[in-house]
Design a protein. Structure first.
Length: 386
């Protein structure tokens, strides 16, 4: 890959041939997550289809910068039939000069891909898997997470609950492993910020009259004294029916009601309306969290190329992982990559329906070095070992 060195403004005139900066995108074809009916419900928000549109917006934004610094940014993407196929794709791409690849895969497949290319000069961007273990015991040095973890999401929600003095929370937990992950994250958030889980109750999806105590929202929320209901339902089919159906008139948070998002189409601050309008010019749907994570990954590469004044892999990667990173994600506080688990620091939007109620971290929740580190696992608590 050609590199460029910037000595001053003269670069634009002196560079005879623009350098090439290709960015990859891989996912699996026919992923179950791509269900337009469930996407329409938006509980929890899920992709309408492949996340390449967010990456394409990032490339489109990068084109203007590229004209100035004489770098051609472009995107290559493959939807594979297996992780083994994607490993071979990435290995081929690296030989051809592609060193940064966006990845939309479930956690286990992401780890498999990461391990399959760990001997290569390549950095993968996790744009969709929120599993906490990817930032903990299953972390990998060659992966950067632009999508927030479940821990970041539940920390943001808990900050809001504590601020509102809705500290006693009834938790409804679904049957899936991801639901357990969400409940464990919320349990840690409650302990850390001073909320109290009054009870964790299981629910099941369906209308079987013999399971009414677990599938009827009014029944599963009766009794106990609580200020809010937290729903952990990664599937979303049960969660979407919880608001306005609880036994007591209480706010619903978690994967329904007030949800924690990387992005929301109704956000109106920090240049967000411009991002949303640019996205809607190239897409048939509104920008959601996973689109934003893909866009942010491309922006991270673009800024790192610009600031490192190079297209060489190590120079770009080293800047991206340094404390010099100052990425604008149109969410307020500038973003950077946490050195202990490679999670992108970022604000979390607390959204419900057609509005964003708050942007976390909320006022009053402070950190010794960076308030964004009140969201997610901080360095002293991390189990990640690179």
């Amino acid at each position: 890959m050609a590199a460029f060195l910037v000595a001053g403004p003269a670069l634009a005139q002196e560079a005879a041939t623009p350098a090439e900066m290709q960015i990859g995108f891989v996912d699996l074809a026919d992923r179950p997550a791509f269900d337009p009916v469930l996407a329409l419900y938006q509980v929890p928000p899920r992709p309408w289809g492949r996340l390449t549109e967010g990456a394409q917006l990032g490339i489109k934004d990068a084109e203007q910068i590229g004209k100035v610094i004489k770098v051609n940014f472009s995107l290559r993407d493959v939807a594979g039939t297996s992780v083994e196929e994607l490993i071979e794709v990435v290995r081929t791409w690296v030989d051809e000069g592609v060193h940064f690849v966006l990845v939309d895969l479930p956690a286990d497949e992401l780890v498999k891909l990461s391990d399959g290319v760990s001997d290569l000069p390549v950095t993968l961007f996790n744009v969709s898997a929120q599993d906490n273990r990817l930032r903990g015991e299953a972390c990998r040095f060659n992966v950067i997470h632009t999508i927030p973890s479940w821990q970041m999401a539940t920390d943001a929600i808990t900050q809001y609950l504590v601020t509102k003095n809705w500290k006693n929370v009834l938790v409804l937990q679904g049957p899936l492993p991801e639901d357990q992950d969400i409940v464990e994250a919320f349990t840690q958030s409650a302990k850390f910020f001073g909320a109290r889980i009054v009870e964790v109750r299981p629910f099941v999806l369906g209308a079987n009259p013999r399971s009414r105590d677990e599938n009827n929202v009014a029944l599963v929320t009766e009794g106990s004294n609580y200020d809010a209901v937290f729903v952990a339902d990664s599937d979303g089919e049960f969660a979407r029916n919880v608001p306005y159906h609880t036994n007591a008139p209480r706010p619903v948070v978690g994967t329904a009601g007030l949800t924690a998002e990387a992005w929301h189409w109704s956000f109106e601050r920090h240049g967000a309306p411009q991002v949303n309008s640019r996205f809607e010019e190239i897409s048939e749907h509104r920008m959601h969290s996973f689109d934003w994570a893909s866009w942010a990954a491309v922006r991270a590469v673009t800024q790192s190329v610009t600031r490192a004044k190079s297209t060489e892999y190590e120079a770009v990667r080293d800047y991206m992982l340094s404390d010099k990173m100052n990425l604008d994600g149109s969410k307020g506080n500038p973003m950077s990559v946490r050195p202990w688990d490679h999670q992108l620091r970022q604000g979390i939007l607390l959204a419900g329906g057609n509005l964003v109620a708050e942007l976390a971290p909320l006022t009053g929740f402070l950190h010794a070095t960076n308030d964004l580190d009140t969201l997610g696992v901080d360095a002293p608590r991390t189990s990640c070992q690179f």
